[in-house]
Write a protein that binds this ligand. Structure first.
Ligand code: GLY
Length: 442
C-alpha cells in the first residue's frame, strides 16, 4: 500500500484528495494543512497542522509516515522550497522545485525566458527595478498591465480600465509598487477572452487537460474587484466555445516550448502542473501568466472528470514517463460556483464584511459535489472564515444541466453567503463568443 502526502488546505486540495483516494490502489492519504479542511481530513488517515514555511515539520511528517511521493497544491510551499526539502530525504513530488516554480513566483523570470527562447505569446513588456524609464515605456503602450514581480495571491495585477484609468494613475501605482521593494513588470494589455490550460508535465512531455474558464471578478457581469476566482466551467468537448482549434494547439505548443526552455535554463526537468493563463486575441493566443500548480477553482472542473488513476498519473509525472500513459477525461460539462462570505474580496469597511465568521448550514445538495475551502468545522457546525468557503460543482452531459446541479447545491447553503449566479449561463457564454467574433471580425 502506498502512502501519499498532500500539502494544502483549500478546495483545490480537497479535489486532489478525492482524486488520490479514489484510486483503485487504495493509497493512504497523509495531509499537511495550514488550517483544517474537514473535507480533506475526512479522506486522510492522518493530518498534520502546520505552516507551509516549516520545512522541518513537513519533512518529519513525511519521513515518519513512509511517504512514497508528495502532491503539492498551492504556490506558497513551492515558493518555500518544499519540493527541494522533500527531495533531500528521497521523496519526490508532483510540483516543481523552488527554482522551477519561478515560472509562477517571478513574472519577470517567465517573460524573460519566453523572450530568450523566442517562444511566441509574450506581450510587449519591460522589467523595472527603479522608476527611470517607466514613464517613457508607459507612453509607448496603448493599454497597460502592471505586475509586481512576486506572489500576489492572484490579486496584485493591475489592469488599465479595470483598476486604474490614466497613464498618470499608472505612473503613481508604479512608484508605489517600486517603493514597496518589488520589481515591476509593465506589459501591453491584450483584448480577448481568457482560458485556463492546465498541463501535466514531466519535464519533456506536456499533456493538456480540459480547458476551463475562470471568473475572477467578485460580482455578476464580471464587475467588482478581482478575487482568487468565483467559479468556472468546462465543456464536454474539453474546449471553449469562443476558441478555434488552433488556439488550443498554440497554447499547448507554447507550454511545450516553455517546458523545454525551463530544462535548458535550469538543468532540471519541470515535474508538476504548468497552468497557463492564456488569452485568445485578434492576433492569436497570448500568454498572460503561468502558475506552477493546478488552478483553484479550475482543479475542481477537471479532476472529477479524470478516468485514469491519478496515482498512476502522478508516478508518471515524477518518473519522467508521461509519454507512456494514456490520460483520459470524461466528456462531460462542469460548472463550479464558489460560495463566499458576503464580504469576501470587498474593502474592510464594506457593510457585510463583519458577517464573515458566521455559521452556515449545508442542506440536501442533490447531485452537486462539495469541495471545502476556508471553513471551520466546530462542534455546532460549519463556520465561514474571511475567504472562499465551498466550491460547489455540477457535472452533467451538458452545461445547462451541470449549472442546474451546481445551483441546487448552492441553494442548499444557508447563511450570510454570496455566489455568482451567472457562471455557466448561456447569456454569459454568448457574451464571450460575441466578444471574440467582434475582435476577430468573423
Ligand atoms: N484560478 C486562478 C488561480 O488558481 O490562480
Amino acid at each position: 500500500m502506498s502512502n501519499i502526502l498532500l500539502i494544502g488546505n483549500g478546495a483545490r486540495e480537497h479535489a486532489l484528495a478525492e482524486a488520490i483516494t479514489r484510486s483503485p490502489q487504495k493509497p493512504q492519504l497523509f495531509s499537511f494543512m495550514k488550517s483544517n479542511n474537514p473535507g480533506i481530513a475526512s479522506l486522510s488517515v492522518k493530518i498534520m497542522p502546520g505552516s507551509y514555511s516549516d520545512l522541518v515539520a513537513i519533512t518529519e511528517f513525511a519521513e515518519q509516515n513512509k511517504i512514497e511521493f508528495a502532491v503539492i497544491g498551492p504556490e506558497d510551499p513551492l515558493n518555500n522550497g518544499v519540493v527541494d526539502a522533500l527531495a533531500k530525504i528521497n521523496i519526490l513530488s508532483v510540483g516543481p522545485t523552488k527554482s522551477l516554480a519561478r515560472l509562477e513566483t517571478s513574472k519577470s523570470f517567465t517573460r524573460n525566458l519566453v523572450s530568450k527562447y523566442n517562444i511566441p505569446g509574450n506581450p510587449r513588456f519591460k522589467v523595472f527595478t527603479a522608476i527611470d524609464g517607466v514613464e517613457m515605456f508607459l507612453n509607448e503602450l496603448e493599454g497597460i498591465v502592471l505586475k509586481p514581480d512576486g506572489l500576489t495571491g492572484g490579486k496584485g495585477v493591475q489592469v488599465q480600465g479595470d483598476h486604474f484609468e490614466t497613464k498618470r494613475d499608472a505612473l503613481k501605482l508604479c512608484k508605489q509598487i517600486l517603493a514597496g521593494g518589488s520589481s515591476l513588470v509593465i506589459e501591453e494589455k491584450f483584448d480577448g477572452e481568457e482560458f485556463s490550460l492546465q498541463c501535466l508535465c514531466d519535464g519533456k512531455t506536456v499533456i493538456g487537460t480540459p480547458l476551463v474558464q475562470d471568473h475572477k471578478r467578485r460580482f455578476e457581469g464580471d464587475k467588482g474587484p478581482n478575487t482568487g476566482g468565483m467559479g468556472s466551467y468546462s465543456l464536454p468537448d474539453h474546449s471553449m466555445p469562443f476558441l478555434k482549434p488552433k488556439d488550443l494547439q498554440d497554447g499547448l505548443e507554447i507550454t511545450r516550448q516553455v517546458a523545454a526552455a525551463l530544462w535548458k535554463e535550469t538543468g532540471n526537468p519541470y515535474r508538476g502542473v504548468m497552468y497557463g493563463g492564456f488569452i485568445a486575441t485578434k492576433d492569436g493566443v497570448k500568454l498572460l501568466e503561468y502558475n506552477a500548480r493546478f488552478g483553484d477553482p479550475e482543479a475542481m472542473n477537471i479532476l472529477p472528470l479524470l478516468k485514469t488513476d491519478f496515482v498512476e498519473v502522478c508516478r508518471h509525472i515524477i518518473g519522467g514517463t508521461l509519454d507512456k500513459i494514456k490520460i483520459e477525461f470524461e466528456n462531460k460539462a462542469t460548472v463550479c460556483k464558489y460560495i463566499v462570505p458576503k464580504g469576501y474580496g470587498l474593502p474592510a469597511d464594506y457593510p457585510d464584511a463583519a458577517s464573515s465568521k458566521a455559521r452556515i448550514e449545508v442542506g440536501e445538495v442533490g447531485k452537486a459535489r462539495l469541495y471545502f475551502s476556508s471553513v471551520d468545522q466546530k462542534e455546532d457546525g460549519l463556520y465561514l472564515s474571511s475567504s472562499r468557503a465551498i466550491g460547489i460543482v455540477g457535472i452533467a452531459d451538458d452545461l445547462t444541466e451541470a449549472r442546474k446541479i451546481a445551483e441546487e447545491g448552492v441553494n442548499s447553503v444557508k447563511g450570510p453567503v454570496a455566489y455568482r449566479a451567472d457562471i455557466g449561463t448561456d447569456a454569459l457564454i454568448q457574451k464571450r463568443i460575441d466578444h471574440m467574433r467582434k475582435i476577430r471580425k468573423d
